[in-house]
Design a protein around this ligand. Structure first.
Ligand SMILES: [Zn+2]
Length: 395
């Protein structure tokens, strides 16, 4: 339970780790064959917390998994071994743990639950209860989805086509075999990826064995899909908890999985799903670069002395790290536009005190420039006012 995620972990492993945080809230190992439960690290005796089991002596530490505490047939506790490892009270508690007679593997269970299969799910639900209870879903196009979800999706800094695809996948309006058959078409084809299971949106995007490899490659942990039955349900519970990058990456991955599916289905192309993740990373990098470029934009507006707005301008500017320079360029652009508009009397306002101060500074070149109308460039000779300036020392 102290293991880390590691590099490219298997999906089952990720799912187990996703549930790890729930352990302290009541998850424990229900003993089957005892092979995957660690005696000293896991929680497997109901009243003993994880990591609080004390070995009777140093030799007891040699025992690692619970199966070593069972008789050879694995159906009863080996009391002799138990007595050498634990104190009397603990031995009694262990003897009370029923052993299954069919050699099933150990499984996760939730204290207080009644049906093992649903126990992990109920544990997850407990952790997510707040968002779960605020949900109001109907599996229809006109379902009551929190508008905050859509608002936050549309705001993502990625292309609309990714977002539209995600929105459609959430509402179940992508033409999967399942959806088409639900609407009366007879197709009778299994999922094009695994050629085995029925192709519903949720299967195709998450459950399908082939697609799980794609999700396993991502930098983020998306394993909690296993606790849900639909994308919309999952998103309503979790979307807000994800950071923006995780959200973008998720939305783009869905798009490219669908694209790969269509390539395979209609173009009959042998699509390697392993390329999906690299594609997402590339698009994300591009989105980040575009975002930086957009920062180099200038804008301003023209108001009269009454405050009435008479015009505005916007212009792109190269990506500059210096915000002062961007503001100075904006003022320059504003003066140019004002001149084109025929404005003779111009008052410049800026939120950059420093830029304004520099323009008002006593540098003689600035003072001189304030008396020059229009654009002036001298290359052969200098006017006297500037000539004087040039002999001064610049600081
Ligand atoms: Zn499949």
């Amino acid at each position: 339970m102290n293991a880390s995620l590691g590099y490219r972990p298997s999906y089952t492993w990720r799912s187990l780790l996703a549930g790890r945080d729930l352990l302290d809230m009541g998850l424990y190992k229900s003993i089957g064959d005892g092979k995957t439960t660690m005696v000293w690290k896991d929680s497997w005796i109901l009243s003993v917390k994880r990591g609080e089991l004390v070995p009777l002596n140093e030799e007891a530490k040699i025992i690692t998994s619970v199966c070593e505490l069972l008789d050879a047939d694995g159906r009863t506790w080996n009391q002799q071994v138990l007595d050498t490892c634990f104190d009397r009270i603990t031995v009694e508690k262990i003897l009370c743990i029923p052993l299954n007679k069919t050699h099933l593997p150990d499984r996760w269970a939730w204290k207080g639950g009644s049906n093992g299969n649903f126990l992990v799910k109920s544990g997850y639900k407990l952790a997510m209860r707040e968002s779960w209870e605020n949900m109001n879903l109907t599996p229809d196009l006109f379902c009551d989805v929190p508008t905050s979800l859509w608002k936050s999706v549309w705001k993502l800094p990625i292309l609309s086509r990714y977002k539209v695809m995600f929105w459609r996948a959430c509402l179940g309006i992508i033409p999967t075999i399942y959806e088409l058959e639900r609407r009366g078409m007879v197709i009778n084809e299994p999922c094009v990826m695994c050629e085995e299971k029925p192709e519903s949106a949720f299967h195709l995007l998450f459950e399908c064995q082939e697609v799980q490899n794609v999700w396993g490659m991502t930098r983020f942990d998306f394993s909690s899909w296993t606790y849900h039955n639909s994308l919309l349900e999952w998103m309503t519970v979790e979307w807000d908890r994800w950071g923006r990058e995780k959200q973008c990456v998720f939305v783009m991955t869905i798009y490219f999985i669908w694209e790969a599916r269509n390539q395979r289905k209609f173009v009959n192309e042998v699509v390697n799903l392993n390329g999906v993740w690299a594609k997402v990373e590339r698009r994300w990098d591009e989105a980040c670069v575009a975002g930086v470029r957009a920062k180099g934009a200038l804008a301003g507006l023209f108001r009269d002395s009454e405050g009435v707005i008479h015009g505005a301008f916007m212009a792109s500017a190269p990506a500059l790290n210096d915000s002062m320079l961007v503001k100075a360029l904006a003022i320059k652009k504003g003066v140019e536009v004002a001149r084109q508009m025929g404005v003779l009397d111009l008052v410049v306002e800026s939120d950059s005190r420093l830029v304004i101060d520099m323009l008002n500074s006593n540098y003689k070149i600035c003072k001189a420039a304030r008396h020059v109308t229009g654009e002036q460039i001298w290359q052969d000779s200098l006017p006297i006012c500037i000539n004087d300036v040039c002999t001064e020392n610049f600081h």
